[in-house]
Design a protein around this ligand. Structure first.
Ligand code: ASP
Ligand code: MG
Length: 441
């Protein structure tokens, strides 16, 4: 079985949803289609939920009406026959009655999560009836019947796998199964979700759970690019990446993939392919455990980084010092990204500033502390990159006179991380594009 996931923009307009239908029909063999909500829906549902939690009922109702009108127009355009127009209107009125019912009752966190789930439930129903109108035999498999998270919000891969294996035999006849991305049940059996952008994660979890042949994530970019296309004009899609390379890139800012997405697929060795709905023939990016070594594959950058420097004479020839420093970050549940040390100082970076003041205050007892915001981590990624002869020379040679604040190299063989002032980021990405990929910027 192949898992095909389509995001919000791919289903956001009726003509795009029809295109998804064409693509699914063209894909040979048995497949499970995972859909996000229509683009903009989850944002609107969040806005409605926030209004309701704050007791702003009138504002919530305004947003509900706006969304309802949008869905009515969508349904009118999507279906052709009068029979299916009636079905379309029924879908819309069912979802909006439920949303209004939730809004009218005592609105708490649980109702909020139920509200958020309506986007994916509606989009999959639209798609199911759209295929039915085209005369295609398919099945809607509710994600709430098999997708679950435990009390730490972690997906329960084993249980998901067991449930799917029990459910799938009854759907042996249909080649096309449809399910919702993002939504799940929690340990209290309530409706919950895998956090924003979680539909990719759903696809990867299903792929891992049933040991699928492949997970395909369809978006509107032709795969992962070698550099940030928002900054650098000439970027190219990367044909193949290893799982490790892809996770580093996702974590360090490649927006195309949610960082946790590939974890389950990697665990079970299921390849993940990134494809473009607007250019089906383009090869996209294949992420798997095979892959070439020793080349620079891509560069990504992560903004909003804070560099904290701890200068302390106590560090000189002392042991146990770093442990005490790390304990401070542990106390505030703040992960450290980069670290570099000298005999009398240590610099670390964090991207979560929620407890910055408290962390800085706590660190004062070690010596002089400085915290600098507006930093960016630039990450050069490639499988076994560190073993490549002269790689540091290539990277720093390309960067020329860009001031580098910190460097992390050797922690993993697959990446070189460089900290620069946010103001230098664009220049650094352009210079690296020329120097490492011989591409214009
Ligand atoms: N609809 C959800 C969101 O917008 C999940 C997703 O699209 O991946 O976050
Ligand atoms: Mg999305």
């Amino acid at each position: 079985m192949i898992i095909l996931k389509f995001g919000g923009t791919s289903v956001g307009k009726p003509e795009r949803l029809r295109k998804v239908g064409d693509l699914v029909l063209k894909t040979p063999g048995k497949k499970m289609v995972v859909l996000s909500a229509l683009s903009g829906t989850t944002n609107t549902l969040v806005a409605i939920g926030d209004h309701l939690l704050a007791g702003r009922r009138a504002e919530a109702e305004t947003e509900i009406v706006r969304l309802e009108n949008h869905y009515q127009a969508y349904a009118r355009d999507l279906f052709h026959s009068s029979e299916y127009h009636a079905i379309g209107q029924d879908i819309v009125s069912r979802y909006f009655s439920l949303i209004r019912l939730l809004a009218a009752g005592h609105f708490d966190d649980r109702s909020y999560r139920e509200l958020l789930a309506q986007g994916e439930l509606a989009s999959t129903e639209f798609f199911y009836y759209h295929l039915r109108e085209r005369g295609i035999d398919c099945r809607l498999l509710p994600a709430l019947h098999f997708m679950s998270i435990d009390e730490n919000q972690e997906p329960e891969l084993e249980k998901i796998s067991e449930r799917l294996r029990a459910l799938l035999p009854s759907m042996a006849k249909q080649e096309i199964l449809i399910t919702q991305g993002y939504i799940c049940r929690n340990h209290r059996n309530e409706i919950d979700n895998l956090k924003r952008g979680g539909s990719d994660y759903t696809a990867s979890l299903i792929g891992a759970a049933i040991q699928a042949e492949e997970v395909q994530i369809w978006t509107d970019i032709d795969g992962m690019h070698n550099n940030d296309p928002r900054v650098v004009k000439h970027t190219v899609p990367i044909a193949e990446l290893t799982f490790d390379e892809a996770s580093e890139l996702a974590y360090f800012g490649a927006k195309i993939l949610h960082p946790s997405t590939i974890v389950p697929a990697q665990k079970r060795g299921v390849p993940v392919r990134l494809k473009n709905t607007l250019a089906e023939e383009a090869p996209g990016t294949l992420i798997s455990d095979r892959g070439t070594s020793g080349t620079v594959k891509a560069i990504a950058a992560k903004d909003g980084i804070i560099a904290i420097n701890i200068k302390s004479s106590r560090m000189l020839l002392a042991y146990g010092f770093l442990r005490e420093v790390f304990e401070v970050f542990e106390r505030y549940k703040t992960p450290i990204d980069m670290i570099s040390t000298s005999e009398v100082a240590v610099s670390v970076t964090i991207d979560d500033d929620r407890n910055l003041d408290a962390i800085v205050a706590d660190l004062q007892r070690f010596g002089a502390i400085t915290a600098e915001r507006n930093q960016s981590i630039i990450c050069v990624v490639g499988n076994k990159l560190a073993e490549r002869e002269g790689v540091l020379n290539e990277v720093f040679g390309s960067l020329g006179t860009v001031p580098v604040r910190m460097v992390s190299f050797g922690g993993s063989l697959n990446n070189i991380s460089i900290l620069v002032d946010a103001g230098q980021k664009e220049r650094a990405l352009r210079l690296l594009n020329r120097g490492l990929f011989h591409l214009e910027d």
